[in-house]
Structures are given as structure tokens and as C-alpha cells.
Design a protein around this ligand. Sequence first.
Ligand code: PLP
Length: 365
Amino acid sequence: MIQFVDLRKEYQEIKEETDQAIQRVLERGWFILGKELETFEKEFSSYIGVKHAIGVNSGSDALYLAIKALGIGPGDEVITVSHTFISTVDAIVRNSARPVFVDIGPETYTIDVPQIEKAITDRTKAILPVHIYGHPANIDPIIEIAEEYGLYVIEDASQAHGAEYKGRKVGSIGHVACFSFYPTKNLGAYGDAGAIVTNDDELAEKLRMMRNYGSSKKYYHEFIGVNSRLDEIQAAILRVKLRHLDEWNERRRKIAEMYNELLENSDVITPVEKEWAKHVYHLYVIRHKDRDKLQQYLLENGIKTQIHYPVPVHLQKAYLDLGIRVKLPVTERISREVLSLPMFTHLTYYEIKNIAKVMRDASDS
Ligand SMILES: *Cc1c(COP(=O)(O)O)cnc(C)c1O
């Protein structure tokens, strides 16, 4: 059986460093808001190329807190996509703001920039593009629109640690960006974790207080915040893994290249990497007319795959009460065609060849 994601070999590769890092925290006896987080925040912000990183509990909290810290709330609108993981949009709704959906482009599956302006109203406060699957959204024209209308740009970079847009790391371009360190992400903790990055000093300070009960001095609270911290053990683990991120992203790119070659001239549509982009293949997503049948055939032949995502956010049961009526033809079509093939740093050439062969057999059968 070829798993969709298997993190065991990756741990073996970094076992010594990781075990030592965890041990170091246990022996120090300091578990929340300490040296490891402070150092990780410095290392991660310098990796992304921004002034500040603020570690939080999860990518979901990063998005929720970033939106809140920008003062976006009831009556406000945020323009985003429906083709994403649900928590991108939940973060808007949890702040009592309204998500306004724009369709995606059929090549990179990121927000279709020419459609953004039509969605802007006098209530619009921000544009929230998602660098989906590890491919950057076309962010320069998004920034231009945002500047023209006085809007914030909030990047959801949860699937794109290390991805680049015209040579700049994603997460360094918008006003603020959010990362998830969920275990299977390109940079993943061994538990839940996330971060917000920004160049805005004031916003960073506010976020540091927000994640810690609205407090910067113990037992003095300036506003009502939450408890959302990235703990010392996870920070220590992330410091180890950050040192391997570039090498691991290169491996993902190599795996994608192998898939692309082996699936050339078959009946699947392989992923695109735009000339202005460096894709980091959080997911390797193909499209196929008969997606469900192909997935079943792969499973029968010992290959596990997943669908990201089978139901767009605007059609989710959780969203029906919001009364969002919108037609998103590309989003809706893509959700019926996409299939994510196994993708993780230690997938072998032998396994990739086997997967490609089974895929070709599927179209002959
Ligand atoms: C993983 C992910 C999130 C949420 O991150 P969690 O750490 O699981 O809360 C948000 N947006 C996108 C696009 C994601 O892939």
C-alpha cells in the first residue's frame, strides 16, 4: 500500500536533532512563551523575509487573529475564494464579517484576479488570496487593486512555506500572512501550530497581546484576547525542521517533475507552474474527467489518494444558513475533477513509477 502521506521516514532522518530539541525543552522546564518560540519567530521571519512572526496555536487561529487585529468585523466584507480549506473562510465568519467569493483561474486554481474588482463594494476591507497546493496566487496585481481601493491583503500561505512569487517568498508580500504548521504541511510541527507574519510593527504588537489574553504584562489586560500560543516543544521541533525546509521543498519539486514526465501524454491534466512562480507542491493535484473511477482504481491497486476539496466552501452545509448565492463555475467544475496523488518528501522513485503505471493502466481498462 502506498500511503497518501507518510511522515515516518522524515522523522527518522531528523530523529537525533528532534529528540535533542524536545529533551532540551523538557529539561529547561519552561513550556509556554519562552526561548524556543522567541528564537523560532526570529528564524521564521528572517526565512520569509519579514520583520515579525507571531506564533499561534494553528493556521486557523492565525487567520482568525489576523482578520481581527486589522479591525475587520460586523458589516465588513472580505473577498476570497471558495476553492480552499474551510478554515480560510471560517476565519472571516468567526469575526462576523462576510465572505465574498470570487472564482479561481483554471490553471493555478488561485483567485482569478480580473474578477476581483467586480466584487468590491464600499464594505470591502480586505482581499484574502490562498496560495493553494503550494502555488502562489498572482499577487502583484492583487496588491495594485488593494492599493487603489484602500484594502488590506491577507495571504493564506498555509500550503506554501517557501514558495516564491517573482523571487520573493510568499507571506512577505501582503500586509499580513498566515501559516499553518499542521503536521502534514511543508513545514509541519508534531501537533497543532501556526504563525502570522507582517512588517507592520503595531499590528505585530497587537497580535502578540491578542494571542495571550490581551496582555503584554502578566495579569494586566488591555483588551479581551484569546489563548493561542505556539508552545515551546512545537517551536523547538519547528526550528529543527525549518533547517530542512528548502531541501525538502526541492525533493517535492523533484517528485512533481517525475510525475509530470511519467504522466505526459496521458489523459490527466498535470499541475502548472507559472513562469513567475516557484511551486512547492504541498499537494500534487491532477485533474481527470472520471475522477471518482480513477480514485477507486488506484485504491484497488494499493494507492491512496485524496480530494482537495470535494465540496467548495460556498456549497458546504455549514454555509447554507449564510444565504450566499453565487455561481462559481470553475470552482464547482474543478471540485469534481481534482485528485491529489501521494506527495511527501520520502516518496521513492520506484513508488512514483508504480503510481504513474497504474494511472496509465486505468485509462486502458
Ligand atoms: C491547513 C490550512 C489551514 C488551517 O490550518 P490549521 O493549522 O489546520 O488550523 C488554513 N488554510 C489553508 C489553505 C490550509 O491548508
